[in-house]
Design a protein around this ligand. Structure first.
Ligand code: MD3
Ligand code: FE
Length: 217
């Protein structure tokens, strides 16, 4: 068995794949923190439950969202914005757990962004069938700062487009524990997520959770 063959050897370092000039995929980078995150999530979500927000066009998003940290991303009929309080409760978002912040800062540094100071964490929940249409992330004040994404639970097909909406999209499977950092010339690339396929994952069950840590202000 492999377990015997490799006994005593250190675990292989998580692999690093460059997907673009400013995009780095750190496969499995969050795997060791995943159990901790799974334990922390319920308390955060008790303070700021998942909700399906409305787009400015009046559609309800299939992805349910919450936030933690000083700022949270929200959308409603008035538009997209970062807000210091949860509009559902008028209370501050739950604190950003220091281990999540440290993971994001380390991942960003490894990807070539040494000055990342995340002040917002969007928590996305995909149930089977949920998807995210092709879009750009451009509500952050400093578009030179990267965004760090942590994928947990069921795998999803990530769609990576170009700087123009019509450009061809590359499909990348994002799996439990994968961390993706994007910034620099890739910061404004269009991207989306294909409809989640049903399945079961040991820590997160029948869902995919995606954390995106951002520098919003
Ligand atoms: C953008 N979330 O919340 S993050 C979002 O998996 C969002 O829930 C998706 O897009 C999710 O705004 C994807 C990962 C990501 C990765 C690489 C990118 C976004 C990217 C490269 C360029 C631009
Ligand atoms: Fe996005």
């Amino acid at each position: 068995m492999n377990g015997d063959l490799f006994a005593g050897l250190p675990p292989a370092p998580p692999s690093t794949t460059r997907l673009g000039p400013g995009t780095v995929l750190l496969r499995g980078r969050a795997a060791s923190l995943a159990e901790h995150i799974a334990r922390q999530l319920p308390a955060l979500l008790a303070q700021a439950p998942f909700r399906q927000m409305q787009t400015p066009g009046g559609y309800r998003m299939s992805v349910a969202m919450s936030n933690c940290g000083p700022y949270g991303w929200v959308t409603d009929r008035h538009g997209y914005r970062y807000a210091a309080t949860d509009p559902e409760s008028d209370r501050p978002w739950p604190a950003l757990p220091p281990e999540w912040r440290a993971l994001a800062i380390d991942a960003a540094a490894d990807a070539g962004f040494p000055d990342f100071r995340p002040d917002a964490c969007l928590i996305n929940r995909y149930l089977p069938g949920a998807k995210m249409a092709l879009h750009q992330d451009k509500d952050e004040r400093d578009l030179a700062a990267p965004i760090v994404s942590v994928s947990l639970g069921l795998p999803a097909t990530f769609l990576l487009g170009g700087l123009q909406r019509g450009a061809p999209t590359e499909r990348i499977l994002l799996e439990h524990g994968d961390v993706l950092v994007w910034g620099g010339p890739d910061r404004l690339r269009f991207h989306g997520v294909a409809a989640l396929k049903p399945g079961h994952q040991a820590l997160f069950g029948e869902q995919r959770i995606n954390l995106t840590l951002r520098q919003a202000a």
